[in-house]
Write a protein that binds this ligand. Structure first.
Ligand code: AQP
Length: 322
């Protein structure tokens, strides 16, 4: 049986953080042995909100470098830059011709982000269609999705099923899967929200390239509570998050009983032991950006034949002259 094909994407809207590592990057690396995965830096998705061109370029290269430093093996898992495989945008347009305005405007993320005010880019509305194109282009079987992406994956499935029924079998219909690790890492300064790349303050974010001193300070300032009990409990979101991070980083629960101070020291050490090798390898790789760019070019080359075939199939199904 052919190995399962998976797609995992990272949006270069900021520096990759501990949440990205534990929730997406480690599962991707672990799956390299038994899946045919593609790692995608979704730079086109990073342009749906106001963006700064130089920063986008720098972050795209940095994320590719961090993926390599963390252990993504480009020989098994092509690392691609979304914008360098032009078939993504071609299929995006073709799928727009098979998607309703109502379907796109119903997406919760669009409603939330557009409600924030300011000019709204049209690409924010059509972004889930581009995501559908990303997935359908590569004949993906499985997409690891967090809850916030469920609705977009469902839209992908709807578009694919409807297209297949209307124009003939064209797309493989993907399944959403929960990542192997159930980790949802919360912001250390505000455990009610997930750790994110573009959270305004970023005071509770651990970036994978943060120096040890910054990590120590961020954990030391992590929000806890007055209960003085080291356990996972809904009434203790801050402590639950720290215990969860410790468990994910070490595979162990904290030794019991332990003070919050001791817990934070254990968490700091555990994070440091996970990120130190990534930081060190990143420093080596960052010395040779041409090598990383070459890996991206090779990744694009590796996925292009399948992408071209999908676009050809789609164009033919829609009645475009070949
Ligand atoms: N806090 C998190 N805990 C666990 N997993 C997480 N992921 C993101 N944050 C956490 C997973 O990382 C992958 C890549 O995420 P993304 O680049 O698409 O961005 P995102 O999901 O929107 O996360 P961010 O970091 O919060 O980005 P911004 O701030 O730009 O919106 C995904 O698999 C995601 O589930």
């Amino acid at each position: 049986m052919a190995p399962t094909r998976r797609l995992t994407g990272f949006k270069p809207t900021g520096h990759l953080h501990l949440g990205n590592l534990l929730g997406a990057l480690r599962p991707l690396i672990a799956a390299q042995d038994h899946t045919e995965s593609i790692a995608m830096i979704a730079d086109l998705h990073a342009m749906t909100m106001d963006h700064e061109p130089g920063r986008l370029r720098a972050l795209a290269l940095e994320q590719a470098t961090v993926l390599l430093a963390a252990g993504v093996d480009p020989a098994r898992t092509p690392i691609i830059l979304q914008s360098q495989v032009a078939e993504h945008t071609e299929l995006h347009y073709l799928l727009e011709c098979a998607t309703g305005f109502g379907e796109a405007s119903r997406m919760i993320q669009f409603k939330e982000k557009s409600a924030a005010g300011g000019p709204i880019r049209l690409s924010l509305l059509t972004y889930p269609v581009l995501m559908a194109a990303d997935i359908l282009l590569h004949d993906i079987d499985e997409v690891p999705v967090g809850e916030d992406q469920n609705q977009h994956l469902e839209l992908t499935r709807t578009i694919a099923n409807r297209f297949n029924a209307r124009y003939g079998p064209t797309f493989r219909v993907p399944e959403g899967v929960r990542p192997e690790s159930a980790a949802r890492i919360m912001d250390l300064a505000d455990p009610a929200v997930k750790m994110g790349k573009s959270n305004a303050a970023g005071a509770g974010r651990i970036a994978l390239l943060d120096p040890p001193e910054v990590i120590r300070r961020t954990v030391a300032r992590a929000v806890t509570d007055e209960l003085a009990q080291v356990r996972r409990h809904p009434d203790q979101p801050g402590v639950t998050n720290l215990v969860g991070i410790l468990a994910e980083c070490t595979g162990q629960q904290p030794s019991d009983p332990v003070s919050y101070g001791a817990l934070k020291r254990e968490v700091t050490d555990a994070i440091e032991s996970v990120v130190a090798p990534i930081r060190a390898r990143h420093a080596e790789l960052a010395d040779d950006p041409a090598h990383v760019r070459e890996i991206l070019a090779k990744g694009a080359e590796a996925v292009r034949p399948r992408a071209r075939a999908t676009v050809r199939r789609t164009r033919a199904a829609l009645g475009l002259l070949q």
